[in-house]
Design a protein around this ligand. Structure first.
Ligand code: CAA
Length: 379
C-alpha cells in the first residue's frame, strides 16, 4: 500500500523512483563505505528539482502538499536514507524562514535554495541536545549587525549548506525567551566547519560542527523578533518530524522488500524459508507496522495541509516511524541469518541507517514528552 496522491503526483513519484533506482540505490553502497559526500549525485537530484518540493509556487518551487512530499521522501529513503535526509533537512532551514521570515527573506532564501544550495538548521550544541533551551551560542547587537559566537554540533549539511538557520542567545538573563533565530550565509567571515562526524549510518549525509567566531551578520538577518528563537525552532521541528517518520517508513519498506525477496529464494530443508510460518509471520508483522506508520505520517501531513493542529501527530509519526524502522530492519537481518550480518547484503546498512531515526530531531523519549504534554492539555 502507499499514500493516496493525485495522478500528477503519482507520475512524479514514479520519476523519482526511477531516478533513485538508477542513480542512488547501488551508488549509495560506495559512499556508505567511504563516508564521502557524493556531490555528483546531489547535483543530478537537483536537476530533478528534488530540492524544491516544498518551496511554494509563488517563490518558484513545486509547492507540493505534505502528503506528496512524504511519499517522495519515502521513495528516496528506500534508495538511501542519507540521501533523503540531506534534502529533507535542507527544507528544515527553509521552513523556519518560510514560517517566521519577512517577505524579503522568504524571496531571497527561496531563490538561494532554488539556485542549487542546501540549508542547515543549527540548534543543537554540545551541552544542549534534548535540552534545546540550554544553548550557549550568543548574538551580540552591534549597530546594524549581530555578532555570533559559539559552536553548534551534529549539524546535518553543516559543511555543505549555503544558508544556516542558527539559534543564539540575545539575552541570557531571559532563559529560553532570550533565544533568537538568525540566517547566516555560507562564506560569512567567522563561520567555519568543525569536526566532521564519522557516523554509524546515513553516511551519504554530511554532519559537522559549525563554529561561529565573531561572525558578523546584518541585523536584517534576524528571523521574527529577538526572543522568538526557541518558538521558531520548536514550530519548525513540529513540521519536520513528520517527514522523519516518512523517511523511516521508506527504510522499513525497503528492508521488508529485501527480506521477502531473500525468503522466497533461500532454500533450507528442501523449501524456500518463506514457507515457514515463523518467517512468514515476521513478514506479516513488518507489513502491519509499516502500513500503520505510513498512515500515521499521512494523517499528520493531511492535518498540516488542512491547517489543523499537528504537533502531537507529528511527534507520534516521528516516534512510531523510527521505532518501526529499527524493529523491521533488525528482523530483516534476522531473516537473512548470517548473510544479513555481512556487508555483502543490503540489510545491515538499513539497520545502521534506521537507528538514527530514533535519535535525531528530538529523541523518541523527547517525542513522548511532547506527546504527553499535548495529552495533559487536551484531556
Ligand atoms: N510550538 C510553539 N511553542 C512551543 C512549542 C511548540 N511546539 N514547544 C514549546 N513551546 C513554547 C512553550 O509554549 C513555552 O512557552 P511559554 O513559556 O510562553 O509557555 C516555551 O516554548 C517552553 O516550553 P517547554 O517548557 O515545553 O520547554 P522545555 O525547555 O521544557 O523543552 C522540549 C521542551 C520539547 C523538550 C524541547 O526542548 C525539545 O523539543 N527538545 C528536543 C530538541 C530537538 O528536537 N533537537 C533536534 C535538533 S534538530 C535536528 O536533529 C536536525 C538534524 O540536523 C537532523
Amino acid at each position: 500500500m502507499s499514500y493516496i496522491c493525485s495522478e500528477e503526483t503519482e507520475e512524479l513519484i514514479q520519476a523519482v523512483k526511477e531516478f533513485c533506482d538508477h542513480e542512488v540505490r547501488e551508488q549509495s553502497k560506495e559512499y556508505d563505505r567511504s563516508g564521502e559526500w557524493p556531490k555528483e549525485i546531489y547535483d543530478k537530484a537537483m536537476e530533478m528539482q528534488l530540492h524544491m518540493l516544498e518551496i511554494p509556487e509563488e517563490y518558484g518551487g513545486l509547492g507540493l502538499d505534505k502528503v506528496s512530499v512524504a511519499a517522495i521522501l519515502e521513495e528516496m529513503a528506500k534508495a538511501d536514507a542519507g540521501f533523503a535526509l540531506t534534502f529533507s533537512v535542507s527544507s528544515i532551514g527553509l521552513k523556519s524562514v518560510l514560517m517566521a521570515g519577512n517577505e524579503a527573506q522568504k524571496k531571497k532564501y527561496c531563490d538561494n535554495i532554488i539556485g542549487g544550495h542546501f540549508s542547515a538548521f543549527a540548534l543543537t550544541e554540545p551541552q544542549a541536545g534534548s535540552d534545546a533551551a540550554a544553548g550557549k551560542t550568543t548574538a551580540r547587537k552591534d549597530g546594524d549587525f549581530y555578532v555570533l559566537n559559539g559552536r553548534k554540533t551534529f549539524i546535518t549539511n553543516g559543511g555543505v549548506a549555503g544558508i544556516y538557520v542558527v539559534t543564539a542567545m540575545t539575552d541570557k538573563t531571559k532563559g529560553l525567551k532570550g533565544m533568537s533565530a538568525f540566517i547566516v550565509e555560507a562564506g560569512t567571515p567567522g563561520l567555519s566547519t568543525g569536526k566532521h562526524e564519522d557516523k554509524m549510518g546515513i553516511r551519504g549525509s554530511n554532519t559537522c560542527d559549525v563554529v561561529f567566531d565573531e561572525c558578523r551578520i546584518p541585523a536584517e538577518n534576524l528571523l521574527g523578533n529577538e526572543g522568538d528563537g526557541f518558538k521558531i525552532a520548536m514550530q519548525t521541528l513540529d513540521i519536520s518530524r513528520t517527514f522523519i517518520g516518512g523517511m523511516a517508513v521508506g527504510i522499513a519498506q525497503r528492508a521488508m522488500e529485501e527480506a521477502i525477496a531473500y525468503a522466497k529464494t533461500r532454500i533450507q530443508f528442501g523449501q524456500p524459508i518463506i514457507k515457514n510460518q515463523a518467517i512468514a509471520f515476521k513478514l506479516a508483522d513488518m507489513a502491519i507496522q509499516i502500513e500503520t506508520a505510513r498512515q500515521i505520517v499521512a494523517n499528520a501531513c493531511t492535518r498540516m495541509d488542512m491547517g489543523l493542529p499537528y504537533g502531537k501527530e507529528s511527534a507520534i509519526a516521528k516516534c512510531y516511524g523510527g521505532d518501526v524502522a529499527v524493529k523491521v530492519t533488525s528482523e530483516a537481518v534476522q531473516i537473512f541469518g548470517g548473510y544479513g550480518y555481512s556487508r555483502e547484503y543490503p540489510v545491515e546498512k538499513l539497520m545502521r541507517d534506521a537507528k538514527i531515526y530514533q535519535i535525531f530531531e528530538g529523541t523518541n523519549e523527547i517525542q513522548r514528552v511532547v506527546i504527553a504534554n499535548h495529552l495533559m492539555k487536551e484531556y
